[in-house]
Each structure stands twice: as C-alpha cells, then as structure tokens.
Design a protein around this ligand. Sequence first.
Ligand SMILES: NC(=O)c1ccc[n+]([C@@H]2O[C@H](COP(=O)([O-])OP(=O)(O)OC[C@H]3O[C@@H](n4cnc5c(N)ncnc54)[C@H](OP(=O)(O)O)[C@@H]3O)[C@@H](O)[C@H]2O)c1
Length: 245
Amino acid sequence: MMSKRIFISGASSGIGEFLAYAYAKLGATLGLSARRIDRLEVIAKACREFGGETHIYQSDAKDRVATKNAADNFISNVGGIDIVIANAGIGNHDDIIQGDATVINDILETNIIGVTNTLVPFIPTMKKQKHGILVPVSSVASFLAVPYHGGYSASKIAIRVMADSWRLTLHKYNIQITTICPGFIETPMTAEQKRRPFLMPVETAVEKIVSAIDRGKKTFVFPWQMKVLIPVLKIIPDGLLRMFG
Ligand SMILES: NC(=O)c1ccc[n+]([C@@H]2O[C@H](COP(=O)([O-])OP(=O)(O)OC[C@H]3O[C@@H](n4cnc5c(N)ncnc54)[C@H](OP(=O)(O)O)[C@@H]3O)[C@@H](O)[C@H]2O)c1
C-alpha cells in the first residue's frame, strides 16, 4: 500500500514535532511547515532516519500565499494528500489592559486565519481524489472562557465550529474532519504555566491523536478528566473561574 501523505503545520516543536515522528515511524511521506526552518531541518533529519520521506516548508501560517505555495508544492511532489493537520498556534495572554490590540489580534489571526490558510488549499485535491482528512487542532479552551486568554479561547471555538460546518459541507466528497481538543500537554507552549491540571506527556497525546484520526472521530477531547470537567466548569461561578488566571 502507498504510504500516507501527511502535511503538518507547526511541526517545529511540541505536538506538531512529535506527530511528525509518530507518522514517520509509520512510514508516512511528510510535509512539515513552520517559521523556524533550522528546527524543521533537524526534525526532518530525524523523520528520515525513522523511515519517512520528508519535505519542509518555511512559512508563516498567517501568510495565505506562502501556505498555498507550500500546499501546492507538497501535492505536486508527492502526487496527492491524505491528511492535513493544522496544528500551528500560539497561546499567549491577551495583553488588553494597556489598550493595545496587537497581541490579541496576532492570536486570532494565527489560530483562525492560520488554520484556514493551511487547510483550504488542500480541499480541491481531496475533492478530486474523493478522499482526505482535515484535522484542525483546537483545544479544551474552546469549551470555556479562560481568564486572560479570551483571544485564545475564541480562536479555538471559531475553528471547532467552522470544522463542524465543513464536516457537513464536505461529506459528499468523502472528506473527513477530525477536530482535536487537547487539555494540558507537556510542550514549550505550556512550560511556563503554573497550573497544568491532568498534564499529559506529548508522546502520549500524539498516540491518542493518531488513533482518533484513524478511528474517524469527529471531535476528540482529551484527557478524559478534562472531558468530564467541561460541563462542570460551565456552571461554576465567575469568582472561582478567576482563579484560573
Ligand atoms: N500544549 C497544550 O497544552 C495544548 C493544549 C491545547 C491545544 N494546543 C494546541 O496545539 C497546537 C500546538 O501547540 P504546542 O503545545 O505544540 O505548542 P508549541 O510547542 O509552542 O508549538 C507551536 C507550533 O506552532 C508554530 N507556529 C506558531 N505560530 C506560527 C505561525 N505564525 N506560522 C507558522 N507556524 C507557527 C510554531 O513554529 P514556529 O515558531 O517555528 O513558526 C510551533 O511549531 C497549538 O495550536 C495549540 O494551541 C496545545
């Protein structure tokens, strides 16, 4: 059987990096993108050693032209596409107190426009092939309003709901949409955070993500403790929620 052709954005660290290793070990043909090309080169070398043909692309997810060029180049190099994982994202504080929208706008742009820029260019090829899997990486934060992280929560809700709509739109072309909603995963993004309940090692998280995609899950929320807590957190008073700031 032909090896799976998988494109992963934000593959220069954390979840994206370890997804690349996991799929390389399964013999996939990989397209890896991020801004830090030096990191991608090191990761691509490891992936090739694990057995996966690997192409790298330096691109900012916010740049529609650069992301489209990367998608076109990957498709023409490997002859099609099986899975696209829009994983690139940032998780900073909103920084709204000083009255400057620069930081929150960057979060919204990276985590929403960055996802549409990454996934949409692959859709015509998937439609033609009559198969493909789109994987937006959302978050448990898409189910709650996390204090100081309004931009982050909003961005992750936006892509989760967009994916729910796309699933209905693209069903007739046999395009699967699996939205990933992790809780706290041990990566550079969460390294500085004081409270990380139910923290999961990145290797375990990646195993679960690969399995959820394989099983055709619509929305995969994990770890299970977070999934159980979401309805509870929705009814707790603001005073308690402020403690998560
Ligand atoms: N860790 C968690 O607990 C957790 C929980 C829920 C959801 N998530 C989501 O999982 C995804 C991966 O997070 P992570 O924890 O692995 O974080 P990470 O280690 O900080 O990795 C983030 C990745 O995104 C890339 N990236 C950021 N901005 C980019 C841009 N403008 N253009 C292209 N690439 C960009 C980074 O690459 P460059 O800097 O090289 O561009 C890096 O490869 C994110 O979407 C995050 O929101 C993480």
